[in-house]
Write a protein that binds this ligand. Structure first.
Ligand code: BDR
Ligand code: CA
Length: 305
């Protein structure tokens, strides 16, 4: 059983990633921390609290963190995720409140309490993770691993050069990539292939109340066709923790552009033979069929509970 702490900004694909984590037999979610990103922090935290209850994640802490980037004005993706952050999906108002502590302290305390045991999975802007490293550099040793959804070796999605989570806080991302861990980076090279096609949607239909959440969420995130549809970026990071064989990972040196006029937030990924020690393993290929088998298996287990 792999313990994971998920730092997120739900977010449609964040929610679908949390659902994977909740249903997967090999994962134990020990805490959820939130960050402003797809929507304001109040919205992402509300959604995380609602998901804790809807997905039956138990009595784990859900702790709000940073409302915005370290240095620059807020960048949001509400044109993608809608004003509620969950597209057309509706979740009941949560009953239980957020944890008292700040996300950064929950991250530090959770890792300190179980050195080498907890994998950090960051699927939003990296503001909380950067602050945790700055406040307590030993989190790098204490984390079993750091797996992120973010960046790309090729192209952007929020603009031509930058992927959203990187663009939303490039300085934080730069800190994280320079902190000494080997970041497992699931970027657009991989996540753009994790597409909800009509065949995938058909496999979600029998999932009862879970389907009533997943289908409006997915279909408001993009147009589903026989061979195209919305891409469930964040679930790739959780799926990788569950089954690393799903993704081909290639060593690289990753730098985050923090100054470029047209390239701010771009991940500059160097796969060449290099004299610098790689600071990342970058996802370069996803076994898409196995990915959806893994997703649907976990969703099926969740629906049966
Ligand atoms: C990332 O940006 C957000 O909109 C998604 O939730 C995902 O984490 C994809 O670029
Ligand atoms: Ca996200």
């Amino acid at each position: 059983m792999t313990k994971i702490l998920i730092d997120c900004d739900p977010g449609i694909d964040d929610a679908m990633a949390l659902a994977l984590a909740a249903g997967a037999p090999g994962l134990e979610v020990v805490a959820v921390t939130t960050v402003g990103g797809n929507a304001d922090l109040a919205v992402t935290t509300r959604n995380a609290l609602a998901l804790r209850e809807f997905l039956d994640l138990g009595d784990i802490p859900v702790a709000p963190g940073s409302p915005g980037a370290l240095l620059h004005p807020v960048v949001r993706a509400d044109h993608v995720h809608g004003p509620t952050g969950l597209g057309a999906a509706v979740l009941p108002e949560p009953v239980r409140a957020a944890a008292d502590g700040h996300a950064v302290d929950v991250i530090i305390d959770t890792l300190r309490a179980a050195p080498g045991e907890v994998t950090l999975v960051a699927i939003g802007p990296l503001t909380n993770i950067a602050l945790a490293v700055r406040k307590e550099p030993r989190v790098v040793e204490w984390a079993r691993d750091l797996v992120i959804m973010g960046g790309s070796a090729t192209r952007g999605n929020h603009n031509p050069a930058a992927e959203f989570n990187m663009l939303a806080d490039p300085e934080a991302a730069a800190i994280v990539f320079r902190s000494g861990w080997t970041v497992k980076m699931l970027g657009l090279d991989v996540t753009l292939t994790a597409v909800v096609t009509s065949a995938v949607l058909d496999r979600m239909r029998p999932l009862g109340r879970l389907a009533e959440f997943l289908i409006p969420a997915a279909t408001s995130y993009g147009v589903v066709t026989a061979d195209g549809g919305p891409t469930i970026h964040d679930a790739c990071a959780v799926a990788y923790v569950l089954d690393p064989a799903l993704v081909t990972m290639t060593p690289a040196v990753v730098d985050v552009e923090i100054r470029g006029e047209h390239t701010r937030g771009m991940t500059v990924v160097d796969f060449r033979p290099m004299d610098r020690v790689p600071n990342a393993l970058v996802g370069t290929h996803l076994d898409v069929d196995r990915f959806w088998d893994t997703m649907l298996d976990a969703y099926g287990r969740l629906a049966e509970r």
